[in-house]
Design a protein around this ligand. Structure first.
Ligand SMILES: Cc1ncc(COP(=O)(O)O)c(C=O)c1O
Length: 435
């Protein structure tokens, strides 16, 4: 199989080993141990550039791409994406502190979340976070009071549910009315929130935000969302006399986990959306606002590979073969959570056909601790290095210490050279907080 069709940072070298940005995965596993997250810096940078280019083409450089840091939040990744010119989206105090520690300018941080605590809002205000995206009316009131107490006028936007059903898994679909995120458009809730925000003397309403879902392959929902959101922009202008300056259309662009996944080039989303933005603004008599998008998964997913050592192979006749790895749901819970797809292979025989079918099982005490079921791979042997592709997003960031497993290290590869960006947890790290 040609693994470069899943991610162009992947290759197979003369020894038949899988490579990431030119680095031999067998050497990486030997040098840094397993399980190991590997991330291609070249791929992340290339993707950032592809996301920024259309802003120059379509909007004369106004607006930008925002990296949704929940996909993979650590200081070095934030330094990389910010050095490429992206802003950063955060959803918690921890993500705010990580971004600030990475040297991200507070004005370039966009703070999301459906239940930001008073402590988190206070932190955001005290650190001068540039854009607080308000999710609900309680939060609007809370923020208004905190701003008044401090005598400041923070910039806010409103998270809107545009009522669009993006075709994706129910757990990662967010733009339709039955969602815990944001103000509903159909019910008048969004307009009421805008009215309150405009009348507040302690808050400055600068924009609107929506995010319709994740791992979305269609372009149409994004185009529709842009039109719907600009309609609300125009309504707020005509009914409330408020002209906002920016529109954030969220993230959600699909990536390749398997070869057959129909991921589109990012540019094609941007082309279609920008056409809709230009047309709608002309029809509605609006100046084109600063447009933002907020991709997370598609910035890092395909840049990541996780490496494991095969510890045992258990064949149950007429049932299945389990390949037991030294990782599992503690470092990648996505299959256990929502049966997400992955491509698996034996990294030390990547040049051989993937003609064996097996189930990849983790080492946690849960029968559901699986990474992939009935999936093709090269015939495995004990001691092999098993690689799982497209693990850059929502793997490390969703990892836990279940069963007191230390979380793996992460190495970033640039021009074939690896460096540790997150060190492996030790047993001392695990015990650090215990009293
Ligand atoms: C508000 C918001 N923005 C951006 C994203 C990033 O989405 P994705 O990683 O699918 O691009 C999410 C993901 O859940 C989100 O909730």
């Amino acid at each position: 199989m040609d693994y470069s069709k899943i991610s162009d940072c992947l290759g197979v070298n003369d020894a038949g080993h899988l490579t990431v940005s030119g680095a031999d995965t067998l050497s990486l596993a030997e040098r840094f141990g397993t399980p190991l997250y590997v991330l291609s810096e070249d791929k992340v940078r290339d993707t950032c550039r592809r996301y920024l280019r259309p802003f120059h083409e379509h909007y004369g450089g106004l607006g930008t791409s925002i990296y949704a840091s929940k996909a993979f939040c650590c200081k070095e990744i934030l330094r990389v994406v910010v050095s490429e010119g992206l802003d950063v989206e955060v959803v918690s105090g921890g993500e705010i502190m990580t971004a600030l520690a990475a040297g991200v300018d507070a004005k370039k941080i966009h703070f999301q979340g459906n239940n930001k605590t008073v402590d988190e809002l206070t932190l955001a205000l005290d650190r001068g976070i540039g854009d607080i995206v308000v999710d609900n009316i309680t939060e609007l009131h809370r923020l208004d009071r905190l701003a008044e107490e401090r005598g400041i006028t923070p910039k806010i936007s409103l998270r809107i549910k545009p009522g669009i059903d993006a075709h994706t898994h129910a757990f990662i679909r967010t733009g339709q009315i039955d969602s815990k995120f944001g103000f509903a458009l159909e019910t008048g809730e969004a307009m009421n929130a805008a009215r309150e925000a405009v009348s507040s003397t302690h808050l400055e309403l600068v924009g609107l935000h929506c995010h319709i879902g994740s791992q979305v392959f269609d372009r149409e929902p994004f185009v529709l969302a842009a039109k719907v959101m600009l309609g609300l922009f125009a309504k707020i202008k005509s009914e409330l006399g408020k002209t906002m300056t920016h529109l954030n259309l969220g993230g959600g662009f699909g990536v390749r986990y398997k070869e057959e996944d129909g991921a589109l080039p990012y540019e094609s989303y941007m082309d279609d959306v920008s056409k809709a933005v230009h047309e709608s603004c002309a029809q509605l008599g609006l100046a084109i606002p600063k447009i933002y998008i907020e991709p997370g998964r598609s910035i890092v997913a395909e840049a990541g590979v996780t490496l494991y050592t095969v510890g045992d192979i258990k064949t149950i006749p007429d049932v299945r073969t389990y390949v037991a790895i030294d990782g599992g749901m503690f470092e990648n819970p996505r299959y256990a959570l929502y049966q997400s797809d992955y491509t698996c292979l034996i990294a030390n025989r990547a040049d051989k056909p993937a003609d064996f079918v097996a189930t990849v099982a983790g080492k946690c005490c849960e029968s559901g601790d699986l990474i992939q079921e009935h999936t093709p791979m090269q015939k495995p042997e004990i001691g092999d290095i098993l690689a799982v592709l497209s693990t850059g997003a929502y793997n490390y960031s969703m990892a836990s210490n279940y069963n007191r497993n230390p979380r793996p290290a992460c190495v970033m590869v640039k021009d074939g050279q690896p460096r540790v960006i997150i060190r492996r947890e030790t047993y001392d790290d695990l015990l650090r907080l215990d009293v």
